[in-house]
Design a protein around this ligand. Sequence first.
Ligand code: SAT
Ligand code: MN
Length: 604
Amino acid sequence: MTALTIPGLDQAPTTHERLLSWVREVAELTTPDQVVWCDGSQQEWQRMTDRLVEAGTFTRLKQKPNSFYAASDPSDVARVEERTFICSVEEKDSGVTNNWMDPNEMKAIMTELYRGCMRGRTMYVIPFCMGPLDADPPRLGVEITDSEYVVVSMHIMTRMGAKVLERLDADGEFVPALHSVGAPLEPGQQDVPWPCNDIKYITHFPEERMIWSFGSGYGGNALLGKKCYSLRIASAMARDEGWLAEHMLILKLISPEEKVYYVAAAFPSACGKTNLAMLQPTIPGWRVETLGDDIAWMRFGEDGRLYAVNPEAGFFGVAPGTNWKTNPNAMRTIAQGNSLFTNVALTDDGDVWWEEMEGDPQHLTDWKGRDWTPASKEKAAHPNSRYCTPMSQCPILAPEWDDPKGVPISAILFGGRRKTTVPLVNEAFDWQHGVFMGATLSSEKTAAAAGKVGDVRRDPMAMLPFIGYNVGDYFQHWVNVGKSADAAKLPRIFYVNWFRRGEDKRFLWPGFGENSRVLKWIVDRLEGNAAAADTAIGRVPSADALELSGLDTPKADVEEALKVDVEEWKAEVPLIEEWFATIGDSLPSSMRDELEALKQRLGH
Ligand code: SAT
Ligand code: MN
């Protein structure tokens, strides 16, 4: 009875039966005041942003057109990994890297949380598509949310609205993604600028290809097309269908001879992924164009090569540290406006600021709404504050970024943040050895994360919080992908470390635009034009094999950055053994073989 009285519910611009019945079921459970079907139009953006300004969630920026500042609840600033679940039917299919609960048990708990949770709010239905709309098949989803912040963020980060519904009517399949901030309003109750709930669940049902999220408004917890769909659910789809869904940037490198190479690269957070995606080469004649900064879906093409598409349509980048020196192209992208900024600081003249940005502000409003001056002890912007900006505004966007075919990947890079042991660049002997490199990817914890700073943790393929199934099966899938292909057509795999330090703790390699020198060596390798020495851990260049002209760094430092120290690597072996032991029986035997082979080569 109640459902029939919810305004908007019956004004669905679709006849898709499964969608209609799911929307009705959710509306009956969550009892919103009204239902709105999102069309993705400019008018909708206008309406939503006006409403968010009125609610106090958004502050309109005076210095950037059509752009807004938002401050979250101080408790709702990041992904909540301990509240993130992979509810596969069998626990073993979730694996040691994920939290698991029986799907029926989880549904019972969350159904009670969802009951009446949209009271006093509007329920939005957002049809969206990850990746190009004319892909075959298009990867469609529908997010139901009670957050206007989510609606406008999805406008930027995904293809969404009426055009998606058209495809949906024709193709049928979609991933249902239910989201609520979990903050119902009693009649007459004043809303807060950032509604959320202390109880949070970010839940995935991989067999059903379904996502349920409750209690948080933050990006990765609430924009369900991103990590939830495009990595956790998509990795399970990819396993079943023989492709890869990875936490990788996609860049296009153009040589002075106008030869084009596409590179995909995986790094854990705070290791410069967005900066590398938009790199400005320091070596003359080389250019970089961007196709994506966070996620790559890779499928074999008819020619047997691995082709990548970026499922997203926007950048959701970490703001602090981004400036005209570290990432001029990100700065140019946001300067055009049409962007959202969350948990950064606000300047007195109505612009945004964050740590390490140019300028020397004497007074700001910090992300918690307090006065900030250079004497303040706390940072003005939260370390995980974000800009959300359309990719189409990126001045170095590759024109083929929206091509449903994707781009053929020539090299895959893995990397982490290591002070010692791991050389600047190192090429795998073959695909399986490259999978081993990815499977043992390691990075030091940064000050932003919990735990002892500098502690090395394994982050396989930089996917630790994003693998939607058992990590051992995931490694096996990577090995299988290599076996199913023509080895000569597979991307070559490299491991990079921009963060190695010398005796006095200084960085041995300058990073940023200078990383183009490493990219050049990599494509020279592909062309058979660059030397490398076989070491115990892989193929490593000497300093002479790198283009170093014009580099300020002393050659001795570069040599140090490239060094493979057998004693350091012998000390690394037990750490890898410990990591593999946690995976247990599902670890593929090929990964044990690779570890044994490494030990042999080290004379261990
Ligand atoms: O999860 S998000 O995509 O919002 C950001 C991140 O933590 O990588
Ligand atoms: Mn990411």
